[in-house]
Design a protein around this ligand. Structure first.
Ligand SMILES: NC(=O)c1ccc[n+]([C@@H]2O[C@H](COP(=O)([O-])OP(=O)(O)OC[C@H]3O[C@@H](n4cnc5c(N)ncnc54)[C@H](O)[C@@H]3O)[C@@H](O)[C@H]2O)c1
Length: 425
């Protein structure tokens, strides 16, 4: 392995995780940023990051050290490869390792003896050793832990939270104790919050996937609580506010769990558990309830509508916010769009307003034209689903004025003043 100070780094996969990492490393080392998407590379080369994580000025500041390319051969001089590929699930919620395997095979074509390949993608414990190492061996002809080595360092950034990668403690690990030390030293160069070296890659893999699964379970419990409180006629937000006055209450609220982390990663753990004959019952129940919240909200809306004599067939609804999180343009696994789908099944016409999404992505992925101009007095139903800053900045009366009289207002996140919404989670 080369000395850390002589490192040349290739970052493979320049999405929400890979780009900030490439920028952070480029402050100290020469970095090749490689991605298969020509559109992504073109935009980054022009200083535009559609994920909103990195500003143009930040890209300009490291431009000397950071090259963006779709040409995999440009990675040949790197000695450290960091992979930040998507780890989705398929339509049966089974882990899909195709992107990770494809990128491992690509990297295998260019690594040399002594190189280190570090994985940042969220996987189940054992995946890096069992799935990625053989893929690299296959395309490189080199031997794992003799000719080349692996590291695993899970990413913990939270999109749209301005959670700078350098300011979050980084868990590090390697395929041998020496490589663990090496990987740890490398990340210490850029992580001002410090690192936490663990004994094996499996510990680091487990740490990340369990962090996310734990959040999922806690949100799932609050969703179940919200459903019960609604049945009992008790205001969930008020209950949570009261709970918060206890020093050790946990700050979880009900909500829709979309995106491609918390709503997906638990399936990796469920899958691995099954392979060793263990049934992750709590996680499976959590996934069921969290995945059903969009449909539950739609049912609630229809009930509220009938109470106000708003007939569902032919009603026009406005869905405000369609991404998985406030101020984040990521539209993967959008749960607000579950609300839309369920309402459409009841013949409600649903317009989507979202000032944060890339309209072209909504069109390509979902065939949806987002509404640009909001019309006054136009809607029978208004759903406040994702409170992007632009939506939060609207006065409650301005939102109300978009509706007809009568109009059902459903406030998923309980942000409107008391009494203004007809329903909330
Ligand atoms: N998004 C987050 O905030 C976050 C946080 C922590 C961990 N993670 C995990 O990090 C991993 C990456 O997530 P992400 O959000 O950055 O994904 P992403 O989809 O935003 O980015 C992945 C990038 O990889 C590229 N890519 C796909 N296949 C490739 C290949 N074969 N070769 C080169 N590039 C390829 C895509 O074009 C894309 O630009 C996932 O495992 C995710 O669960 C994500």
């Amino acid at each position: 392995m080369k000395e850390i100070k002589d490192s040349k780094i290739a970052v493979v996969g320049l999405g929400y995780v890979g780009l900030p990492l490439a920028v952070a490393f480029a402050e100290k080392f020469p970095v090749i940023g490689y991605d298969i998407s020509q559109a992504r590379i073109d935009e980054l080369s022009q200083g535009y990051d559609r994920t909103r994580e990195i500003q143009k000025s930040e890209l300009e500041a490291v431009a000397q050290n950071l090259t963006f390319t779709t040409n995999e051969r440009e990675m040949v001089n790197a000695n450290i490869y960091i992979l930040a590929l998507p780890t989705p699930v398929n339509e049966f919620n089974v882990p899909d390792f195709d992107p990770l395997i494809a990128a491992s095979e690509t990297v295998g074509k260019y690594i040399a003896v002594g190189d280190v390949v570090i994985f940042e993608s969220t996987v189940y414990p054992g995946a890096t050793r069992e799935i990625c190492a053989p893929a690299i061996e296959k395309s490189s002809g080199l031997v794992f832990n003799k000719d080349f080595f692996l590291g695993y360092s899970p990413e913990r950034v939270s999109p749209a939270d301005h959670s700078n990668v350098a300011k979050i403690v980084k868990v590090t690990s390697g395929s041998t104790p020496e490589v663990g030390q090496y990987v740890d030293s490398l990340y210490k160069e850029i992580i001002s919050a410090g690192t936490h070296l663990v004994s094996t890659m499996e510990v680091a893999e487990a740490c990340k996937v369990i962090e996310n699964a734990q959040r999922d379970v806690n949100i799932g419990f609050m969703n179940e609580v919200a459903i019960l409180m609604n049945k009992l006629g008790i205001n969930t937000a008020e209950v949570i506010g009261a709970m918060r006055t206890k020093w050790n209450s946990l700050p979880f609220v009900p909500g829709m769990v979309g995106g491609h982390c918390i709503g997906v990663d638990p399936y990796y753990l469920v899958h691995k558990a099954q392979s060793v004959g263990h049934n992750m019952g709590i996680l499976k129940a959590t996934r069921t309830i969290n995945d059903s919240m969009g449909y539950y909200i739609a049912q609630q809306i229809i009930t509220l509508a009938s109470k106000k004599n708003v007939a569902a067939p032919g009603a026009r609804a406005l869905l405000m916010g369609a991404t998985f999180k406030e101020n984040c343009p990521d539209i993967r696994n959008s749960r607000p769009l579950d609300i839309k789908k369920a309402l459409e099944e009841m013949n409600v016409v649903v317009d989507v307003y979202d000032p944060v999404v890339e309209p072209s992505e909504m069109k390509t992925h979902y065939g949806i034209e987002v509404v640009k101009e909001l019309k006054k007095g136009y809607y029978d139903i208004i759903i406040l689903a994702v409170m992007h800053d632009e939506i939060k900045a609207m006065e409650p009366d301005t939102i109300r004025a978009l509706g007809k009289d009568p109009c059902v207002i459903y406030d998923v996140k309980s942000v409107l003043p008391p009494g203004m919404a007809d329903g909330a989670l």
